[in-house]
Design a protein around this ligand. Structure first.
Ligand code: UDP
Length: 338
């Protein structure tokens, strides 16, 4: 009996693998290492360098490890990139997931937790966003994930044994409390790591993508959630899957912070000035995304621990101070230690 984690070498996936292993689960990881890091995969996980689209290979892995449930992180997740390269997103996120689902079908695996996104809501009619808020994505990334939600709903209608939970993430940040894992993207595009980079001399200044939005300070507002709280929600979601049941939960803290507020927090946390420049809006960006996350709290019993923005950024900051070169740095260090 094992859990298959796809994308287990990525930022969120690697934290989830650690979370499950520390709670006694047997974990098998599949990752094609297109964006992930082998060094981020927990040593007690069984690792396969494989693509989720490779149904035959995934089916064999599922059977060989008697996998009972899949937690599916593997995906591309950059809004801006998806606008420029839509096929890349539909191929990997939508078609790739279909390959995984077909492999699960062939191997008789009936449970999946799917990483969906707040980007499926687009520019919503109501704020905060509830799970019932109409989903109208405004970028290919959001569409690529919404298609998978549709596919999963249809599967439940056709197979009474199949069940899933789709978790719609808001903005995930931070790093493992023990300093073993953190965020390492190349190139880095996410706001919190970027706002920390001037303090470790990896960047001169932060460009604010749009300062003329209809928000109090003119910059976009997002709901930031700590990666370890997100992982805890996955554990609870796995336990909540029931045959014939389709569930959807927003995962956010329920408070929004503007780009400027995040930069101010990075200044406080690092104790260093973060130089800024005002730039153009980034195509595909909704002005405001804030979760109503009471359903996850009430129905899954989820209780996020890190709800303070400075704490979330502080957790990321500790990782960057210890690993300024990310996993390249971690790999060198572990090699040095023999
Ligand atoms: N952002 C920014 N400058 C950057 C990176 C991001 O102004 O260098 C903004 C971005 O336009 C968005 C917010 O910060 O409004 C969060 O972006 P991020 O890429 O971190 O996450 P997303 O909301 O796209 O998932």
């Amino acid at each position: 009996m094992a859990i298959l984690v796809t994308g287990g070498a990525g930022f969120i996936g690697s934290h989830a693998v650690k979370h499950f292993i520390e709670r006694g689960e047997e974990v098998v990881v599949v990752d094609n290492l297109s964006t992930g890091h082998r060094a981020a995969v927990h040593q007690q996980a069984t690792f396969y360098e494989a693509d989720v689209a490779d149904s035959a290979r995934i089916e064999t892995i599922l059977r060989n490890h008697s996998v009972t449930a899949v937690v599916h992180f593997a995906a591309f997740s950059l809004v801006g990139e998806s606008v420029v390269l839509p096929y890349r997103y539909y191929r990997n996120n939508t078609c790739g997931t279909l390959g995984l689902l077909e492999a699960m079908d062939a191997a008789g695996v009936k449970q999946i937790v799917f990483s969906s996104t707040a980007a499926t809501y687009g520019i919503p009619d109501e704020m905060p966003i509830r799970e019932t808020t109409p989903q109208r994505p405004i970028n290919p990334y959001g569409h690529s994930k919404l298609f998978v939600e549709r596919i999963l709903r249809d599967k439940v209608l056709s197979d009474a044994e199949f069940g899933f939970v789709a978790l719609r993430y808001f903005n995930v940040a931070g790093a493992a409390a023990d300093g073993s894992l953190g965020e390492d993207h190349d190139p880095e595009t996410h706001l919190i790591p970027i706002a920390l980079q001037p303090a470790i001399e990896k960047r001169h200044c932060v460009t604010i993508f749009g300062s003329d939005y209809e928000t109090d300070d003119g910059t976009c507002i997002r709901d930031y959630i700590h990666v370890e709280d997100l992982c805890d929600a996955h554990r609870l979601a796995l336990g909540a899957i029931r045959p014939g049941d389709a569930r959807f939960y927003n995962l956010g803290i329920g408070r929004g912070f503007s780009v400027k507020e995040v930069i101010d927090a990075a200044t406080r946390v690092t104790g260093q000035n973060v130089p800024i420049e005002l730039g153009e809006r980034r195509p595909g960006d909704p002005p405001v995304l804030v979760a109503a996350a009471d359903a996850a709290r009430e129905e899954l019993g989820w209780q996020p621990q890190m709800t303070d923005l400075d704490e979330i950024i502080g957790s990321a900051w500790r990782w960057y101070q210890q690993h300024p070169d990310g996993y390249a740095d971690a790999a060198t260090r572990s090699a040095d230690n023999g």
